[in-house]
Each structure stands twice: as structure tokens, then as C-alpha cells.
Design a protein around this ligand. Structure first.
Ligand SMILES: Nc1ncnc2c1ncn2[C@@H]1O[C@H](COP(=O)(O)OP(=O)(O)OP(=O)(O)O)[C@@H](O)[C@H]1O
Ligand SMILES: [Mg+2]
Length: 582
């Protein structure tokens, strides 16, 4: 059976899906016939869940049961409260992903078991893991997490023969990313990346909303914010109006905010509000947001040791780049017209589809297919380090280092005869932990020694597929070693993930014990029923519990790589043995 891989752009406002059809990346329309699906989830009273335009139209009528912009909360401890239930962001995200996949399956007529999902290049480790978890809760076998600007470059340049230097300026609904790449001949080399995880069209809408709230106050002496709860529906319509007017101003010189009712005036007569916003006034209103994209651009160019003039093509990605003031800013910065051959809203999904042509992701090309495989070399977007006894965070891996990467640094014990070491991991550019993102920490045993005499190796490894960090601590004296995947703060445990998956798919991960008969290593492990034995093999090799030449055995039969877990008869509580093949 052909293994079908779908490319998914999981966006703050809009999400999309694409796949390789007859050698070309193609957007897959949803059941409503749309090329993008609003990332809005509506939990109906009757327990049904609706995603997309229908949910979006429902925001005003039912704001307390409708969730938007969930991507902003991925990788945080935020919980979404709907009625008496509270849901983690991963579960909300999974609903969006599931809708994309189910609609795609209906349209294309195959089943998509595997996916490549994109995330902003500037996403931190926990955010990446949360998106991967969302894909898994939706029942997918997530083969890779790809940076959005890299995806855009793939869609832009997969037919490009000559070497070109490109800059991707991705200004979307919730995030701003910039990447500098060298591409050509099927190679996609990321030179540097930078960005801002909290800057997007959502912020612009909020700014217009604030501006209008002030105008309403000035003009009608009505303060809608005073009773936020009571005015919830009204504020929601104002937000919708703000976005509508913003979009209109991309093609018109003026646009009018209209609210037929903002409150009651003297003698209880209803008061209406309208405001005519000009493109100029709007540009001034958001000038600081646009300006905020300058520094990341300069930083990415600087890290790549390039000048604006060295860039051959500037690629605009994301709906916010439709705004004339944004285009103008980019044009001024580079002194030339940005590229127009890609659609800023669809390009990321298309690129995720192109990434499925990466060697080892998709099966050998079917006969008649001429597309060459693509090679992607990405970088890590933030520096990574561990907290020292002095209270600073020296870096083990610095930003814009190519992945995959493994880097080791030698540390020592700060306290006399401590029998434990703490490894606390931080991500970011500052040396002070309070200005950094905390990824997690773990303890491990060391041989007690006078201060400064222990030798402890800390190794950071970032794999290619996900950009997710693995940390190993090794004490030279005792030989103790601990290898952990940085399970970020607030991250769903495997049990929780399983619970949500069960709720969503009425299917749950299969809990097994994996035993290496030679080393006697035992691992308790959750299997995704849709995964293949091959995926399990790869993961166990990554975890270092399985080595080349060994087979995975169940009830004394070796499991075939091609087999899907759910067809292999493995049950909850089963034991899988890892041993040398005869
Ligand atoms: N013509 C337009 N003019 C101005 N803004 C627009 C236009 N069309 C869409 N937008 C805005 O673009 C944003 C959505 O863009 P896009 O779909 O690229 O974002 P996303 O992929 O959901 O977000 P992100 O990539 O940040 O997660 C929204 O804020 C939307 O209001
Ligand atoms: Mg996007």
C-alpha cells in the first residue's frame, strides 16, 4: 500500500492541507470547497464539534463555546474552559488537524496516515512538541515538524535550478518569522532565522478595536469595556468589524466600521456607531507593529553575514503581508519589489507537501514520477544552555546552528560531595535565566566528590525531524548516565495524550512493554495504532534501545516494518522483545 503523506499548515487564523498530486504540490479543498480552513473550533451543546467557517460564523452568537487562535497557546499550560469541561490546547489543535485530514481523505479518496506539520521557525521547543502532540491526538503519524518559512521556500523554489539567496518574510495571524535561505537544484539550506512569536494580524485587529472603543467613548460617552461580560457579543462584533475593515483597506483607500448598536442613549433610544477609517490613518495606527519586523530581519541577515542587497528574492508569506503599509516597508527595506509568484496564504501548506518528497519520508517514487527528492538543511532558531551555579546560562548550542546537531560541554560540581546534579535547561539569547524560556530540568546521580572535581558531560542533541531537544548527562566517575527528551513544563503526559486521543478518535494508544533481551533495558511505551512498525523501529533507535541488525518480536514472530500497529494484533499490556535476528 502506498503510504500517503499530507502536508499541514496549522495556522493561528487559517489552516490548510496539501499533498503531492501528479508530481506537483496541490492544495486540498475542505468539505466547504475552501482552500483554507479557519482555525476556529465550536463545541456544540450536544457534544458535537464543528471546525472552520461554520464555527467562525458562530463566534458572535456563541463566544463562550467557540475557540479561536489556539495556536498562540500551544506549549503553555493554558486550558480552554467550555461549559464544565476544560481542554488543553493540543486537544483543540487536534480537532483542527482532524478536520483537515478527514476532508482531504474524502476529496482525494485515499487515507492519509502520515503528516508533516509546519510551525513558525521561531517556535520554542515546548510549542513544537505541543503541535506534534496535537497531530498525534488527531491519529496521525507525525513524520516531521517543518519551519513555516522553510516550507514557503520549498514551495517557491522546488523547480529552481540556479542557486539563489532568498528571504522569507512571513507575517501571519499570530506570528512573525523571517528566514534567509540558499536554494537551488533541490537543495534548501537555511542560513539564519529570526522572528517574533507574538506579532501578527490578531494584534492589528486588537489595535483597531481599541481605537474604535476610544472613539465610541469620545463620541457617545459609552464605555463598552466597563462591563466586559455583559458586552461580550458587542465586543466580539467589534473585533469582527475590525478585521473586515483591515482587509478592506488592503484594496480600498477608505473603509467604514459599522456597529448598529453600541448601547442606549438618553430616553433609551438605541445608539449606532460608525467610523470612516482611511488607509493613511490605519497605517499610522499600526506603524509600530510594522516597524517591529525590522529587527528580526536585520538579525537574520546579520547572522547570515549578508546585506539586504545580497538577497535575490524576497518572498512575502502570510495574510498580513497584503497590507499596503507592510509591502511598502519591505520594499523600502530591500529597495526592490518582493516576489509575487506565490500565494501568501497557501504557500506554507504547499511547501509542507513538497517536504514529503524528502528522502526517506515518502516511499520510492512511483513509476512515471520525475520529481527529484528535496534536501532540507534547517537551523535551530534559539540558543540552548544549562543553568550554572553562578546563576547564568552559558550556551551549549547557539542559535542558527545547523540541525541535526549534537554538542557536549564539560561541567563540574559546585558543591562539596553532592550526590546529585540538577540539569536545568533554558532556551533563548540571554545569559540570565529570568529572561529565557525554561524548558525543564532533571536530576541525576553523581559520585560525591569535593567541589570542582567531578567531570560531568552534558550533551544536547537536536534531531532533524522535529527540532526537539534531547539532553544527556554523564558523570565520568560513576559512569551514571541519564538521557531525557526535554519534557517541557506543562506538556501533556503520555497518559493524558492517550486520554484525549481516545476521546477524539474513540481509539487509544496501545500501552506496551518493550524489552531489550540483551541489555535488559525495559521501556514502557505508547504505540499509535496508525503508526507502522518502521516508525517504532526508528523511534527506538533514536532512543538508543534498539540497534542495527536487531528485530522487534511479538510472541516470537518478528514484526514486519511495513505493518501498521493496529493490524499487528498487539494489545494493551503486550510485551515486545528486541533481539538479534537469527
Ligand atoms: N487582504 C488582507 N489584508 C490584510 N490582512 C489580511 C488580508 N487577508 C488576510 N489578512 C489577515 O491575515 C491573517 C491571517 O493570515 P494567515 O492565514 O497567513 O495566518 P495564519 O497562517 O493563520 O497565522 P500564523 O502563520 O501566524 O500562525 C489574519 O490576521 C487576517 O486578518
Ligand atoms: Mg501561517
Amino acid at each position: 500500500m502506498q503510504r500517503e503523506v499530507i502536508g499541514i499548515d496549522f495556522g493561528t487564523t487559517n489552516s490548510g492541507a496539501a499533498f503531492i498530486e501528479f508530481d506537483e504540490p496541490a492544495v486540498i479543498e475542505n468539505s466547504e470547497g475552501e482552500r483554507v480552513t479557519p482555525s476556529v473550533v465550536y463545541f456544540k451543546e450536544d457534544g458535537k464539534v464543528v471546525v472552520g467557517s461554520v464555527a467562525k460564523r458562530n463566534i458572535i452568537a456563541n463566544p463562550e463555546r467557540t475557540v479561536k487562535s489556539i495556536k498562540r497557546f500551544m506549549g503553555t499550560e493554558h486550558q480552554v474552559q467550555i461549559g464544565n469541561e476544560s481542554y488543553p490546547p493540543e486537544y483543540i489543535g487536534a480537532h483542527i488537524i482532524k478536520k483537515l485530514v478527514q476532508d482531504a481523505e474524502k476529496r482525494v479518496g485515499t487515507s492519509f496516515t502520515d503528516a508533516i506539520i509546519t510551525v513558525p521557525a521561531y517556535f520554542m521547543d515546548p510549542q513544537r512538541q505541543a503541535v506534534k502532540d496535537a497531530g498525534e491526538i488527531a491519529g496521525l503519524n507525525v513524520l516531521g515538524i517543518l519551519n513555516e518559512p522553510t516550507a514557503a521556500a520549498l514551495a517557491f523554489g522546488f523547480e529552481e535550478e540556479e542557486e539563489r539567496r532568498i528571504l522569507v518574510y512571513d507575517f501571519g495571524g499570530g506570528t512573525f518569522d523571517v528566514s534567509v535561505l540558499t536554494i537551488g537544484g533541490g537543495f534548501f539550506d537555511v542560513d539564519a532565522t529570526s522572528g517574533d512569536n507574538h506579532l501578527g494580524g490578531d494584534d492589528i485587529d486588537a489595535r483597531i478595536e481599541d481605537f474604535m472603543l476610544n472613539k465610541i467613548k469620545e463620541k457617545h460617552k459609552i464605555d463598552l469595556e466597563k462591563k466586559r461580560e455583559e458586552n461580550r457579543a458587542l465586543l466580539q462584533s467589534l473585533r469582527e468589524e475590525a478585521e473586515r475593515v483591515k482587509i478592506e483597506l488592503s484594496s480600498k483607500e477608505r473603509a467604514t466600521v459599522n456597529l448598529p448598536f453600541v448601547g442606549k442613549g438618553k430616553r433609551g433610544a438605541p445608539v449606532a456607531f460608525s467610523y470612516d477609517l482611511s488607509r493613511r490613518e490605519f497605517a499610522e495606527l499600526i506603524a509600530d507593529f510594522v516597524e517591529r519586523t525590522r529587527k528580526p530581519m536585520e538579525q537574520a541577515l546579520d547572522d547570515a553575514a549578508l546585506q539586504p542587497g545580497d538577497i535575490d528574492d524576497v518572498i512575502l508569506v502570510g495574510g498580513t503581508t497584503y497590507i499596503p503599509a507592510v509591502k511598502e516597508f519591505v520594499r523600502d527595506f530591500f529597495g526592490k519589489e518582493p516576489e509575487h509568484k506565490v500565494n501568501p496564504i497557501e504557500v506554507v501548506a504547499l511547501g509542507a507537501a513538497v517536504a514529503t518528497l524528502k528522502e526517506g519520508v515518502k516511499e520510492k517514487e512511483t513509476p512515471g514520477k520525475i520529481r527529484r527528492p528535496v534536501e532540507i538543511s534547517d537551523v535551530i532558531s534559539r540558543s540552548l544552555g544549562v543553568l550554572t551555579y553562578e546563576g547564568t546560562v552559558p550556551k551549549i548550542i547557539t542559535r542558527n546552528t545547523k540541525i541535526p546537531i549534537t554538542q557536549t560541554k564539560l561541567y563540574t560540581n559546585a558543591v562539596d560531595y553532592a550526590d546529585e546534579g540538577v540539569v536545568a535547561v533554558y532556551q533563548g539569547e540571554s545569559v540570565y535565566p529570568e529572561e529565557e524560556g525554561f524548558l525543564g530540568e532533571f536530576l541525576f546521580e553523581i559520585e560525591p566528590k569535593p567541589a570542582g572535581e567531578s567531570r560531568i558531560d552534558i550533551t544536547f542533541g537536536v534531531g532533524e525531524e522535529f527540532g526537539i531537544l534531547h539532553v544527556t548527562a554523564h558523570d565520568h566517575d560513576s559512569g551514571n548516565e541519564r538521557r531525557v527528551k526535554m519534557e517541557a513544563v506543562g506538556r501533556l503526559t503520555k497518559q493524558k495524550k492517550n486520554k484525549w486521543m481516545k476521546k477524539m478518535l474513540r481509539m487509544h494508544a496501545i500501552k506496551v512493554r518493550v524489552v531489550n533481551v540483551e541489555t535488559e533495558d525495559i521501556l514502557s511505551y505508547y504505540l499509535n495504532p496508525n503508526a507502522r512498525i518502521e516508525d517504532l523501529r526508528k523511534d527506538l533507535m533514536r532512543k538508543g534501545i534498539l540497534s542495527e541488525g536487531m528485530g522487534i518480536f511479538y510472541k516470537d514472530n518478528e514484526l514486519d516494518d511495513e505493518r501498521q500497529v493496529k493490524d499487528a494484533g498487539i494489545k494493551d499490556g503486550s510485551e515486545l522483545e528486541l533481539r538479534q535476528r537469527e
